[in-house]
Design a protein around this ligand. Structure first.
Ligand code: AHR
Length: 527
């Protein structure tokens, strides 16, 4: 504002004009700032259930995921329950793992389940050809996996060998695991110490049959799928066909055409999409710990692409399945970086930073918002491999930032999705932009949970939540973040990144402003 002592009428007029312009500019700035980031929550419009399986996991005979990570054997000095690490069991119980996929991945298509049953000393050793050519002694097999699932209270999701297996082998596995009738396979199971069948609902028929699972064309695999699915019998089984890799829309189209007249044989089509900071499968993918804002930005950019992939694949699926009987199962997703220096490159070991927490939150919010069509999602992988929940070193164990994001988001499991509309400013880097906020909301037992993530690593972002259709009296919050995007939890500093309480103001007249710190993941609960 400009003040001047004068009697000159023209000058006074000029000054008034200038002042008016300044006041208008201030007002416009205030209005645009306050309206910059808004989340409209239609609290009374919730109708779609968020399947708990969206919070699913994946375990493969790869590196130290199974051996060392989950299973150390009864004779180990590491505390264990029937050979399963006690610390890992406790951490998974706390996490409420809803579903766990096994035995692969690429490994599944070299796995012959009969190698992994019966007395351990009689089980053959094989070479794990996909992952470092290490010896696989089959000491962790069907019984061990299914008992582990019972122990941690999770639904198993078994992946059938299509690449090098047979229809007979597959149908016998299903019978061995699930049959309560008298037949050779249930007799064999009983002989091996398990009287009652296990309740295994989810069966994947092959894995990446377009690649490591047989290099098939979709037209051919669609027929193979029909053959296998027809012989996999049981009550209420959910059979999942191999779907596309990332943006392979041709695969989705051909699969849907090939299965169009046999929809009763398929309950899900999978999608695999990994986030590589550089986008390159052949060269360096980028480091998991040493990166600047450029790699942070591209990682988030490639993560967000999954929204477009989901929309496009669903559009194709809906064309051939307008009744929407077939769900989308994103049964492999997550970050994939260069293996940690000094580790076996075939073991896919990487660290997990605040960047991974942000990646997890973006993906989970996207999956929630597509809860009507996404029936399951499984992050790769659960321990010691890729974007893991847990890292182990000998007897030590550490929970990663991704673990804490999953724990924060658990409130959405089996909750009802609340429709929301998000308007937010851009996070701009080197002339490129991303939305600065990711969000989703749900309601369960009268509590509304809103998960928010600020992608911007440089500044806090205030989000004004406008709540329609409910009068909340209280609000509470939790947050996952740390000072730097490169921060991670290590064995000597296991809680650098973890869940802390986060204070939020009480909602007033249907409004609540949440100030999200830079690169943070926040849960707000309203009642
Ligand atoms: O998760 C690691 C590997 O990635 C899986 O074995 C395979 O399915 C995918 O290519």
């Amino acid at each position: 504002m400009i003040f001047l002592m004068t009697n000159d009428f023209n000058q006074i007029q000029k000054l008034m004009k200038t002042n008016l312009l300044i006041i208008t500019a201030i007002l416009l700035t205030v209005v645009s700032l306050s309206a910059q980031n808004t989340l409209t929550i239609q609290a009374n419009q919730a109708k779609t259930k968020i399947n708990k399986e969206i919070y699913g996991h994946f375990s493969e005979h790869l590196g130290t995921c199974i051996y060392e990570g989950i299973y150390v054997g009864n004779d180990s000095k590491i505390p264990n329950i029937d050979g399963f690490r006690t610390d890992v069991v406790t951490a998974f119980k706390e996490l409420k793992v809803p579903v766990l996929r096994w035995p692969g991945g690429c490994f599944a298509d070299t796995y012959h389940w009969k190698d992994g049953i019966g007395p351990k000393e009689n089980r053959p050793s094989i070479v794990n050809v996909h992952w470092g050519n290490v010896t696989e002694d089959n000491s962790f097999g069907t019984h061990e996996f299914l008992n582990f699932c019972e122990l941690i209270g999770t639904e198993p999701y078994l992946s059938i060998n299509v690449g090098s297996g047979t229809v007979q082998e597959a149908s016998e596995w299903v019978e061995y695991v699930t049959s309560a009738n008298e037949n050779p396979m249930s007799e064999l199971r009983k002989k091996n110490g398990r009287e009652d069948p296990w309740n295994v609902k989810f069966w994947g028929i092959g894995n990446e049959t377009w690649g490591c699972g047989g290099d098939m064309r979709p037209e051919y695999y669609a027929d193979v799928y029909r053959h296998y699915a027809g012989y996999i019998r049981g009550n209420n089984l959910q059979k999942i066909a191999v779907g596309p890799s990332s943006n392979d829309y041709n695969w989705t189209e051909k699969m849907m055409i090939g299965l169009q007249d046999k929809k009763h044989l398929v309950q899900g089509l999978s999608l695999h999409h990994y986030t590589l900071p550089t986008g390159s499968w052949s060269g360096s993918k980028g480091s998991s710990t040493e990166f600047g804002e450029d790699m942070y930005f591209t990682t988030l950019k490639r993560t967000i692409q999954i929204e477009e992939l989901i929309q496009n694949h669903l559009a194709i699926m809906d064309k051939y399945d307008p009744e929407k009987r077939i769900g989308l199962a994103v049964d492999e997703w997550g970050t994939w970086y260069d293996a940690l220096p000094g580790t076996n490159p075939g073991f896919l070991q990487q660290q997990n930073t605040v960047r991974d927490a942000v990646v997890a939150a973006i993906n989970l919010n996207i999956f929630n918002n597509h809860a009507d069509r996404i029936t399951m999602a499984n992050i790769a992988q659960v321990v010691n491999v890729l974007q893991a929940m847990i890292l182990t070193k000998g007897a030590l164990m550490v929970k990663t930032p991704t673990y804490y994001v999953f724990k924060l988001f658990n409130v959405h499991q089996e909750a009802t999705l609340i429709p929301t509309e998000l308007k937010c400013e851009d996070y701009v880097f080197n002339g490129e932009k991303l939305p600065s906020v990711s969000s989703s909301a749900s309601i369960k037992d009268g509590v509304t949970s809103v998960t928010l993530c600020n992608l911007n690593p440089n500044k806090a972002v205030a989000v004004e939540c406008n709540i329609a259709g409910a009068d909340y009296k209280t609000a509470s919050g939790k947050i996952v973040n740390s000072a730097n995007i490169t921060d991670y939890n290590d064995f000597d500093q296991p809680e650098k990144v973890f869940i802390k309480d986060f204070s939020v103001a009480k909602p007033k007249n249907g409004k609540l402003t949440v100030e999200l710190p830079a690169h943070s993941v926040v849960l707000v609960q309203l009642q």
